[in-house]
Design a protein around this ligand. Structure first.
Ligand code: 5CA
Ligand code: ZN
Length: 404
């Protein structure tokens, strides 16, 4: 955990858009704010889409800290799943080696981008015993059935199923098929029922559990890790908007049936998609700009972070070289201005940045407020000798932009 400068006063209560309610409303954490963010599937390096998502939730982390909360942040890493096994076959490498290497690179990229690490960083593989025990609980509740020797969760057991995404059934069926689901598999009771346990396939890894020899389905992995480390009714479930359905809908349904309580999370928060060459940046399509490649070509990590922060987290956007150039210029401006001996009073800037972030993470407004101060300081306005240091501290503490 890097040092985060402590600022004078205290941050405002944080409001965030909640996908389930469709509105921006206040988060209401207790002394400890609890957040679960879906982590990477480590079969390739971190791209700008991932970085945008983790920087977004880093702002939540920082805003809560600034408002005086302790933050319990949990993230998973999907270190066993089909894409990893496919990549292993393509490259002749062991799937575990790929997962270890790409997870290490991800952590390095996040550290370079000054993303505060989660308190618990939990793998799918290490969670298998826990997953098996939750699936047994679902069986006891009559919420699981077998197709061949795979196990499916009856989504209809959760009366609130569908409320996270708010999609219609036909939309759900279509998106389910596009995002790893199997609506057409013969033997399923409801096309939307989701796989919770997959029995061993030839040449694939499998683990011995009370459910037999196999491996977990995807959604139950995050359900189990969130319940184990945060419990029911945590503050924010986060990820990119591609996870709204089916992933976050299924996680919520499984947990709500398991615990016979709702909600799984108070806010479901989703970051927009970053595209490149006309399509969502995705490992499966291969249209990627990697954080590590830019770093190794000499781009400063704080310029990458500023390129991401220039976009509000709920608006889809395209990565461009011009966007990065603009961010480099901005970083230069901020570095010059915060190294001056004086400038205008910084207290109003602190308040404006806090307000902008508390209002659903309006980063463009926060950047504008700092730009304005920097330009004024450069043109000789103001004579407060403490202001440059306060601007540097607030940029670091609230936006994660280190100007040292
Ligand atoms: N392991 C699962 C979650 S349990 C997974 O979705 N992994 S991932 O590697 O595909 O994505 C990691 C995170 O980055 C997810 O939150 C996903 O929503 C987000 N993400 C992926 N592509 C983009 C993109 N192009 N723009 C913004 N966020 C993205
Ligand atoms: Zn997840």
């Amino acid at each position: 955990m890097p040092d985060v400068p402590v600022l004078p006063g205290r941050g405002h209560a944080l409001s965030l858009h909640d996908t389930r309610m469709g509105t921006v409303r206040a988060t209401e954490p207790g002394p400890t704010a609890r957040m679960y963010v879906c982590g990477i599937t480590p079969y390739d390096a971190t791209h700008m889409g991932h970085a945008f998502t983790y920087v977004t939730f880093d702002l939540v982390h920082r805003a809560w800290r600034d408002a005086g909360h302790d933050v319990h942040y949990v993230q998973n890493v999907t270190d066993i799943d089909d894409p990893l096994l496919e990549r292993a076959v393509e490259t002749g490498q062991d799937w575990r080696e790929i997962a270890d290497r790409e997870t290490a690179l991800f952590r390095e990229d996040m550290e370079a981008l000054n993303v505060l690490p989660p308190r618990d960083y939990i793998g799918a593989v290490e969670s298998i015993p826990s997953v098996a025990s939750y699936v047994e609980d679902l069986q006891i509740r009559g919420s699981v059935y077998a197709v061949d020797s795979d196990l499916y969760f009856r989504v209809g057991q959760d009366p609130s199923f569908g409320e996270v995404s708010g999609l219609t059934r036909p939309e759900m069926v279509r998106i389910f098929a596009e995002r790893g689901g199997d609506p057409d598999r013969p033997g399923k009771e409801d096309p939307l029922d989701c796989l919770v346990w997959q029995s061993e396939r030839p040449h694939e890894p499998a683990w011995d559990t009370s459910l037999g020899h196999g491996r977990p389905g995807w959604h139950i992995e995050c359900t189990a890790i969130a319940l184990d480390h945060l419990g029911m009714g945590f503050d924010v479930q986060g990820g990119g908007s591609d996870l709204v359905f089916p992933h976050h809908e299924m996680c919520a349904a499984e947990a709500q049936v398991l615990m016979q309580q709702e909600p799984f999370a108070h806010h479901y928060v989703h970051s927009a998609m970053v595209s490149w060459q006309g399509h969502k940046m995705s490992k499966s399509r291969g249209n990627l700009v990697f954080v590590s490649a830019l770093r190794h070509s000499g781009v400063r990590p704080m310029a990458i972070r500023l390129a991401l922060l220039a976009h509000h987290y709920r608006a889809d956007w395209a990565w461009t070289p011009q966007g990065l150039e603009g961010a480099e210029d901005r970083l230069d401006l901020w570095l010059r201005a915060t190294h001056l001996g004086q400038g205008p009073d910084a207290a109003p800037v602190l308040d404006r940045v806090r307000q902008a972030l508390a209002d659903d993470l309006r980063t463009p407004r926060a950047l504008d407020a700092i730009d304005a101060w920097c330009m004024a300081a450069e043109s000789g306005d103001g004579s407060d000798p403490d202001a440059p240091a306060l601007i540097a501290s607030l940029a670091d503490s609230l936006l994660g932009v280190r100007l040292a």
